[in-house]
Unconditional design. Structure first.
Length: 168
């Protein structure tokens, strides 16, 4: 944590627009990274509880895009789009996520994958374009709970891979 000259914690210029979610997953970092970056894995765990995902196109490279639909438990379909900005395997991914390529409310996320012994600490640091967009995501779309559930689904999925001896 950084401090100001008076010894008080420095506030990030984007603090009122941020959501940070992290989780320790009991699996090697390379496997957690792979599960987050290969479409054959993503469709098995992506999204909050009760959601499923259908990929329309996927190209995992800097500048590549993931165009997909999330199907809510109530039958509602949500159009989603991600472009990969920066990829540093198996440590970091920077992405832009919105409903479409021209979504003015798209948000930036930095995902870090840190080895923690035999486990992996994953952190999703998201910055929204405004406090209002962040607040709407939290209040209307339950972004914090959804993010926690998504990382829980990832942990369950990767745990299943480890139990089944699939660690590549």
């Amino acid at each position: 944590m950084s401090t100001t000259g008076q010894g008080t914690p420095a506030q990030s210029a984007t603090a009122d627009r941020e959501i940070v979610i992290s989780r320790v997953i009991d699996a090697p970092r390379e496997l957690v990274f792979e599960a987050f970056t290969e479409v054959r894995h993503l469709s098995r765990w992506w999204g909050p509880e009760g959601f499923t995902t259908t990929t329309r196109s996927f190209e995992f490279r800097a500048g590549g895009e993931w165009d997909f639909l999330m199907h809510g438990p109530d039958g509602t379909d949500y159009t989603e789009w991600i472009t990969w900005i920066e990829i540093d395997p198996p440590e970091r991914i920077v992405l832009l996520h919105g409903e479409s390529r021209d979504d003015p409310n798209a948000f930036d996320s930095v995902l870090t994958f840190e080895a923690d012994g035999e486990a992996t600490r994953i952190e999703m640091h998201t910055v929204f374009p405004s406090k209002e967009v962040r607040d709407e995501a939290v209040e209307k779309y339950h972004a914090i709970e959804g993010g926690q559930q998504t990382l829980s689904s990832l942990a369950d999925y990767v745990g299943e891979l480890v139990r089944n001896g699939v660690e590549d």
